[in-house]
Design a protein. Sequence first.
Length: 116
Amino acid sequence: QVQLVESGGGLVQAGGSLRLSCAASGSIFSPNTMGWYRQAPGKQRDVVATITTGGRLVYTDPVKGRFTISRDNAKKTVYLQMNGLKPEDTGVYFCRYDDVIDQRAWGQGTQVTVSS
């Protein structure tokens, strides 16, 4: 099993920045993909950004140019640097792990609130 622990959420004014971290532990297999998903109040959970072990990046259009996903494979940690935050970025951010043997794990979520 894989466990994920997120940190770094909080309350920030529009235009501000936050950095989320997600540390993985347990039975980690490579290659794998780690990513961040957002769930706004009353809405479904949607992908924000993903990164593979090899560094392939995917971003949802609304965050391109503002958010940067990165990972440290040695530390088994993925990061999401969020700049230029907007009120519509508000939600619970979840980390997700998927690997080559079809393991999937979710973190517990971290709240990000952007005030206008």
